[in-house]
Design a protein around this ligand. Sequence first.
Ligand code: F0G
Length: 458
Amino acid sequence: MSENIAMVNAAETRADEQVNARVRCILCGATPKRAELTFRCADCGELLEIFYPAWDDEARRPAATALKPLWRERKTSSCAQDQSGVWRFRELLPLTGADVVTLGEGNTPLYELPGCARSAGMERLQAKHQGMNPTGSFKDTGMTVALSAARRENYHWVACASTGNTSASMAAYAARAGMRSLVLIPDGYIAWGKLAQSLDYGALTCQLRTDFDGCLRVLSQLVTRYPVYLLNSLNPYRIEGQKTAAIELLEQLDWRVPDHVIVPGGNLGNSSALGKGFLELRELGLIGKLPRLSIVQAEGANALVRTLRETGGRQLVPVQAETMATAIRIGNPASWRKAVRILEATGGACEEVSEAEIAMAKAEIGADGVGCEPASAVTLAGLKKLVRSGFVQRSDSVVLVLTGHVLKDPEYTLKFHRGDLLAEAGDAGALEPHRRAPVILDADPDAVLRLLEQAATS
Ligand code: F0G
């Protein structure tokens, strides 16, 4: 560990926590001393966000010129917090110190997607793969911060409602911290990979006879009746952790701001978090402009699309959600107001894509050797539409945020390649060239050779 890093780390341990982090209601601006158990404003019921009053004071705000080299230097340190792609950026986080529970999250790759670029009509396309986190989704970047906050407050139990990834992540971090975790998931609508994770990590797992929105409703009532700490993205500590993906992305791009960043939208915590990250980087002078942050939803779970279209973003239009991209099967997104503000602040677009478009995009991302789960593929499907509408230009720099690992939902992938996924859909024919069904043969080299020769000439 270099002397510089050792000095900074020692100073932090003394200061322990960023006592300067406060919560504020995003609607009425109230700044309560403590967040309510439900993480909603006691006065108006809206969500809270974390802010850093010290940043208003020139002398006390983190110095942009010092942060960039410090963050880069930490990559060579052997300290666990420096090796985390979240805690490496702790000058912009609400807590640090001995309570931190880390699995070495973040540090996710930025990939080129040449095949997808061609198919979208772009000169170049990149993807930041948040599915390469320890439990296979972007949730880990937020979970490490929020679960650390729960531990600091001496909670024994943590809980979340989930479409599968939050629960997998929460269960893992709780296990690492020696805490108990309660998972509420919609019965029959989460991918097996995610359910399996939550069981393996030892969560008390309840499959409720409802959808995600119903699970979240039950949990919001539960937290007022039993001491469980809520770890959904309503929790502003989750958002603080997730915003570090924006910082890490800019660092990977040598601080050159891309024209567009495109994310999937479900409960709308992640889009809000990335947007908050970009806005803070600009506020602190680490970047001079913002990327346009666009959000893509599945047609069957398009609450934000309808909210913007039908009310100009003023009032949520909830929907009865239905999509095979189960991670974003959400009709009543909690962070809708935060997301609307980020779209407005960055000049981003909001798109919806069909089930066939998602399936095709997922296969194309796979064919570039990257792969992702269905919900992540909405980004490529949405990009194609944004290129067609002229919102994105062919020569623009674009980064897709892939949120979940390809192995999260193998059932979807197998059904797609076997031709069972969208069998009845009218446009299923367009998907045919992307299918790679497994071939069953006798154990005979000649049979394999014939197939190989056929494939080589096709
Ligand atoms: N992509 C994946 C893979 C997800 O798991 C989720 C959300 C999203 C995108 C949407 O992110 O909700 O922040 O807008 N999954 C949550 C869960 C809801 O419970 O795992 P969002």
